[in-house]
Design a binder for this molecule. Structure first.
Ligand SMILES: Nc1nc2c(c(=O)[nH]1)N[C@@H](CN(C=O)c1ccc(C(=O)N[C@@H](CCC(=O)O)C(=O)O)cc1)CN2
Length: 280
């Protein structure tokens, strides 16, 4: 049986139409426009593309973005000072620090310097902890986007065995916690996991969040599984060998057009939520 394709591009487009109406109403009511500050450090071409896509998505729904570009040689102290400026700026409602930053920078310290109420990308330890405890918080954009996509297609998670391959702070770890909070039984696998293929074979839901092209092979995945690929690599491939799974999975996220657009869409949605709180 052919898998249900979880079309993130379409889901994001439909959400943007709804968000544009909400932004217009907010402007009419308060005269204010939500603003996302984006920080790009260095000149990595992929990061520059993603930041540009985020600014464009803001504009499509009528919000603004403030693009800050810092040189490759930026120090932790300089970046912290910039983040403090943005925290104190009442015109900025959300702050996005594009990952990865150059290696001389303490990325964790800089993420954690973002004020909780402006952490619309869900990267702070405080936000992670609050999310994990089911307290109000902005979720990390990619895993929160995955959860929204599953919800949009009424995919049942409760009681399922979810295997998350990857444990990064802004993807694998929060993904596992969000699935746990949705009552899945969760296994997290990583680079030191032994018998990865045996564990993946047990998955009702498999999430590729490891950042290695097609590391997860199609023949490790059982028939009828829900296949979520959060990877994106040159040549339009993800972390999972997807092609054979379109015939065997029950649901599948394509690459491109699956999780990626939901990442940006979630950032925009959370920026609007932050703007609504701060402007109202
Ligand atoms: N601060 C953050 N940094 C990074 C994040 C993040 O969520 N927050 N995620 C990734 C990169 N990323 C957003 O920043 C991202 C990657 C890919 C896509 C996307 O839409 N991909 C398209 C294909 C794009 C193309 O054609 O090149 C798709 O999958 O359809 C969106 C966002 C690392 N850094």
């Amino acid at each position: 049986m052919a898998a249900l394709v979880l079309d993130g591009k379409q889901c994001a487009k439909e959400t943007e139409e709804r968000l544009a109406k909400q932004v217009a109403k907010l402007k009419e009511r308060t005269g204010g426009t939500p603003i996302l500050a984006t920080i790009l450090v260095g000149a990595d071409p992929s990061s520059a593309t993603y930041v540009k896509m985020k600014g464009n998505a803001c504009r499509r729904v009528g919000m603004d973005s403030l693009a800050i570009e810092l040189p490759e040689t930026t120090t932790t102290e300089e970046l912290l000072a910039k983040i403090e400026d943005l925290n104190a700026n009442p015109d900025v409602h959300g702050i996005l620090l594009q990952h990865p930053v150059p290696e001389q920078i303490n990325e964790r310290a800089c993420f954690d310097a973002i004020a909780a109420h402006k952490d619309v990308d869900g990267v702070t330890c405080l936000g992670f902890g609050r999310m994990a405890m089911k307290e109000p918080a902005f979720g990390a954009a990619t895993p929160a986007g995955v959860m929204r996509l599953l919800e949009a297609y009424d995919i049942d998670i409760e009681g399922k065995h979810a295997v998350v391959v990857g444990r990064s702070p802004i993807l694998g770890k929060p993904m596992a916690m969000m699935l746990l909070n949705a009552n899945a039984t969760v296994t997290i696998c990583h680079s030191r996991t032994q018998n990865l293929s045996d564990i993946v074979k047990q998955a009702d839901i498999i999430v590729g969040a490891v950042g290695k092209p097609e590391l997860i092979k199609a023949d490790w995945i059982k028939d009828g599984a829900i296949v979520i690929d959060a990877g994106y690599h040159q040549g339009g491939i993800g972390d999972i060998e997807l092609a054979p799974l379109y015939e065997r999975a029950s649901a599948i996220t394509p690459v491109p057009g699956g999780v990626g657009p939901m990442t940006i869409n979630t950032l925009i949605l959370q920026t609007l939520e932050s703007g609504l709180k701060q402007l109202s």
